[in-house]
Design a binder for this molecule. Structure first.
Ligand code: OGA
Ligand code: NI
Length: 345
């Protein structure tokens, strides 16, 4: 990734403004409040954050802090290896998990390299986005031999974040006025994926982006980031790009498209992107909570009524996901699919 190739260059309206701005950031929520008697306070904080921002950070989240440190060290040790070593676990159109160095978001190349793995190995997804094709594909992980302990640290971290994911899904259910376990059934055969992101320093940070603007397709994303910064969220109230300030020991949470649909837009999946810089490399580790592939996503019955009719037609999660990710490998001439496609006008 030496020179900035044309493939990385964002159109003018999507380039980052690299001036540092001090503006109101996303909410910071202390999850230790869940141990107190007043869980309602925590539930309403979560509800407000989901409604007003779609993004928040959590502290006292239960993921051991030494593990958070270890996973960042493991990510650096993996990406520090020569590219030939990393390519031994290269992801391709048959094996979707592993190392990948040329991801595209909205058909522009991202300034990053990634390593992906599934929390449930194997996981199952449709073989193609075509509705008439009911073939299911088995996805499994590829693990590098080096660095030593990489696999163990990744899997231990993933298990801890999975627990946090269920806790957050429960808090979100409560905040929607539903029983705490209302969403759990959709995750029985979840296709949740963890990703290690490495954003190398970029000679032209004003032209390229680490990840172009996008919304996450799943239910929920939990991101660990280092102290470099670069993640930005499009603020709902005025569409200004707001930086997510790296906060020691915190994890960043965002609501994805699936929760937007389940909640019938009470909560919104918000656009975000990653800005790069010319000085420091950055590491981030998102875990994307995806439902089981066969789940039909639609506004929850308890949340719709005559006055608030469903805003989306039901869609199959797996088919949507596969269709959307088709553009990861190559620059397509068309926009990838968005949930707006299922919107009832
Ligand atoms: C993503 C993403 C944020 C980050 O990978 O979908 O939004 O901080 N990453 O790397
Ligand atoms: Ni994202």
């Amino acid at each position: 990734m030496g020179e900035v190739d044309q493939a990385f260059i964002q159109s003018i309206e999507h380039r980052a403004n690299l001036d540092t701005i001090e503006i109101e950031g996303i909410p910071l929520i202390d999850l230790s409040l869940s141990h107190t008697t007043d869980i309602n306070l925590l539930v309403s904080e979560i509800g407000n954050a989901c409604k007003n921002w779609g993004f928040f950070q959590v502290i006292n989240h239960g993921v051991p802090l030494e593990l958070l440190e270890k996973i960042k060290v493991a990510a650096k040790a993996f990406f520090d290896q020569p590219v030939e070593e990393k390519r031994k676990v290269k992801r391709d159109e048959v094996n979707a998990m592993g190392y990948h160095e040329s991801e595209h978001t909205k058909n522009v190349r991202d300034w990053k390299e990634v390593f992906d793995f599934l929390i449930k190995d194997p996981s199952f997804l449709p073989a193609s986005p075509e509705t008439e094709d009911d073939e299911i594909r088995t996805l499994s992980n590829q693990w590098p031999e080096t660095p030593p302990q990489f696999r163990e640290v990744c899997q231990t971290y993933a298990r801890e974040v999975e627990k946090l994911g269920y806790k957050l899904l429960e808090l979100i259910s409560l905040s929607l006025g539903l029983p705490s376990n209302r969403l759990n059934g959709y995750f029985e055969d979840h296709t949740t994926m963890m990703r290690l992101n490495h954003y190398p320093p970029c000679p032209c940070p004003e032209l390229a982006l680490g990840v172009g603007r996008h919304k996450d397709a799943g239910a929920l994303t939990i991101v660990a980031q280092d102290d470099v910064g670069g993640l930005q969220v499009r603020r709902k109230s005025d569409e200004v790009w707001v930086p997510v300030k790296p906060t020691p020991n915190a994890l960043v949470i965002n609501v994805g498209d699936t929760i937007q649909v389940w909640s019938n837009e009470a909560y919104e999946s918000v656009e975000h992107r990653v800005v790069v810089n010319s000085e420091r490399e950055r590491f981030s580790i998102p875990v994307f909570f995806f439902p089981s592939h066969y789940v039909m996503v639609k506004p929850l019955e308890e949340l719709v009524n005559e006055g608030n009719p469903p805003k989306y037609k039901p869609y199959n999660f797996g088919k949507f996901f596969v269709a959307r990710n088709r553009s990861d490998y190559k620059k397509l001439e068309v926009q990838n699919i968005q949930i707006s496609y299922f919107k009832i006008i």
